[in-house]
Structure formats: structure tokens, C-alpha cells
Design a protein around this ligand. Sequence first.
Ligand SMILES: Cc1cc2nc3c(=O)[nH]c(=O)nc-3n(C[C@H](O)[C@H](O)[C@H](O)COP(=O)(O)OP(=O)(O)OC[C@H]3O[C@@H](n4cnc5c(N)ncnc54)[C@H](O)[C@@H]3O)c2cc1C
Length: 390
Amino acid sequence: MRHNDADFIRHNLAVVAPRAADVTSHFYALLFLRRPELRDLFPPAMDVQRDRLLHALIRIVGDLDDAPALHGYLGQLGRDHRKFDVIAEHYDLVGECLVAALARYSGETWNDAVQAAWVRAYGATAKIMIGAADEDARTNPPHWAAEIVSHHKAADDIAVVTVRPDVPFPYRAGQYTFLETPWWPRVWRAYSIANAPDPRGLLTFHVRSVPAGWVSNALVHKAKPGDRIKLGAAMGEMVVDHLAPNPMLCVAGGTGLAPLKAMVEELAYYGTDRFVDLFYGASAHSGLYGLEDLLRLSQKVSWLRVRPALDDLTLAGISGGISEVVGEYGPRFDCDAYLSGPPAMVLDSARVLRRLGLNGSQIHHDPVVGAYAAEAEVDVPTPVAVDAPG
Ligand SMILES: Cc1cc2nc3c(=O)[nH]c(=O)nc-3n(C[C@H](O)[C@H](O)[C@H](O)COP(=O)(O)OP(=O)(O)OC[C@H]3O[C@@H](n4cnc5c(N)ncnc54)[C@H](O)[C@@H]3O)c2cc1C
């Protein structure tokens, strides 16, 4: 890339932003027109997909001046895309269609210099993704087949699902992966791994069924031991830094407990004197399905404090939405904060923490996708999940 390519690209993305949905629709239309067989790699419904392509682009452009962050993010994307059977030759076609779609909606602002900047930036991006995918292929399969070995309901709408991958699945406590179920082929959804790596190689997921949700309802209400699912590569940057001395503030909402529970388990496994203050919120008591285990652990170790909060407080715990509770009880300024749960809760908590003096680098959370993603990008730069090639 040349030194002013990033400026050309940022400016161009600002120009097309009001027509972003058209750009992404046109991109996929061109892609499938030129190579109809690629349609089979994507889910039946493309709306989520179009959003995610756009947000991935915004994330990449946002990181153009931060080579290590960009490299890390693209490496994860390249490895993850192997699960869709993406191969190196697809990248050229994707680049051509992307540039053509951007050109179409850039009007008179499109010129040779803008085009050349995009071509160079895309070339560099694709090279990193292909390199990461090739390296990953030396040791890992494109996806992991796994058998469900246990399934139980923690509440009417929450299932705790444990799977055994056929071959070892490398990951770190706090990461998530995309799952594909036999009921919705090619529809991959992100779920956090709720346990630290264990010697038996088992992975547990906490899944809440959302109204009319395809994959979550299948996992909560249909799945049973013996069913087989697929897992993509582990993703996410919300992991424990074992060398950091700061206390940790963990804020979990509902099944957002999963990655934080895994991180706490990892700390317990390795031993720590790092203080962990874990706030755990839900709208009803049944949503605090993981509370007992955590309370039990907090009674055994001195470094963990667990504070439940219910929106409609009954007896125990603290009242109020979890972000208000965190604000009221106040974190230490030197803490590292880890947030996990519904997007609105994560963004509210991040806002409260920043107001209380924490800076962006102290606040960690997984990608916020869907309707809240644009807000997240303005608020706190975070990686964006892409759940099919894009
Ligand atoms: C990094 C990451 C980690 C995640 N980890 C977990 C996890 O550990 N456990 C977990 O249960 N989920 C988790 N999710 C959410 C999960 O990926 C799916 O989005 C969720 O299960 C819905 O998928 P679906 O196929 O059932 O619904 P879809 O078919 O995608 O959606 C159906 C309808 O439900 C709406 N909808 C989607 N999500 C929600 C929601 N959360 N609340 C209300 N309505 C919704 C959609 O707008 C749509 O109208 C995570 C998401 C991300 C990005």
C-alpha cells in the first residue's frame, strides 16, 4: 500500500456510506452472477451477511494505520473462512466484485487513484488472509465435526450444550466460535465457549433461544446427545492476559456469562492473586442460571467476588440494570473490564465505564453485530464477526 491509500479509501467509504446497503447487495449480485456455484457457500438468507460484509470493511479500514491489529484481525478471518470452503482463487474474484460495486455507487468521486488504492489495499488484505489460511491448513481441519455429549435446560429458554470435537480444538478461555447445526446447513452463528480448555477436550456452550431464531431454537429445543454439529476456528480477542497485574471487572448479562466463566475457570486453574469482581445481571432469576457454581467458587478462593443483579429485584442481589449497578458500585480506575451479554448491555456498560474514567484500551468485549454494530464502531472499536465468506 502507498502512504495515502488509507486516505483515499476512508474518503471513498464515507462517500458510499449512505448507499452502503446497495453496495453490499450489488457486490453479492455480481459475485453470484459471475460464479453462480459460489451461492452454495452462503446461507439461504443474505441480510445478516450483507451487514457483516459492510462492518468487516469498516473495521478493516478503521485499522489501516494499525498494522498489528489489522494483521491479527485478518488472520482470524482468513482461518475462519476455511470453514466455508473458501480457496485462494476466490479472493481475486471477491476483490474485483467489491471494487466494481464501490465504483458503481461512488459517482463522480471515483477515479483511477481511488481504484488503485482499493486494489492495493484489497490485495494486501487478501494476501494476509490467504497466508493465515494456508498456515492454519498445516495443522488444523477447515472445520471441526463434534458430537453433542450432553444437553440440559438451565432455564426454559437456555440450554447448556457440551460437545466433543472429533479432533482437538485449539482455543483460549474467553473465545467464541461459529457453529453450524444439521437443521440449518450453511447458517453459522457465533457462540462463546463457556469452559476453559480441559484435558478431555470437551467444549460447553450456553445457548438462549431468541424468538424465531433459527440456530438458537434448534440448539435449545431440538438438539440432543448424539447429534453432530460443526465448529469453525476459535475467534475473539477477549482473553486473559496472565501477565497483567490489574484487577479484573467482569460484567455479564444472561448467557454472556459463558466467556467470563471460562476466563474465571482459567484463572482458578493457573492460580491467581488478581482480584476479579464479577457482576452478573439478568431480567429474571431464571436468567442467572450459572450463579450457584460461581458463588461456590467465590467461597473457596479469595480473589473472586460475584455480585448478581436482577432488573426486577426480588430478594437477593442488587437491583437495577447491570450497567447502572456497575456505575453505582464503581470500578477501580486501574482495572481491566470485560463485558459480555446482549449488545445494548455491553454498549451501556462500556459507556458507564468510560464516564467513570476507564479508557478504551481497558474495556474489552466481543464484536457487537446487527443493529447495534454501527453504534459500537463509533463507541469502542471492536472486531466484527463475519459469518460467511465476505
Ligand atoms: C461474538 C458473539 C458471541 C455470542 N455468544 C453467544 C452465546 O454464548 N450464547 C447465545 O445464546 N448467543 C450468543 N451469541 C448470539 C448468537 O450468535 C445468535 O445471534 C443468536 O443465537 C441468534 O441466532 P438465531 O439463528 O437463533 O437467530 P436469527 O435467525 O439470526 O434471528 C432471528 C430473529 O431473532 C432476532 N434476534 C437475533 N438475536 C437476538 C437476540 N439476542 N435477542 C433477541 N432477538 C434476537 C433477529 O433480529 C431476528 O429477527 C453471540 C453472538 C456473537 C456475535
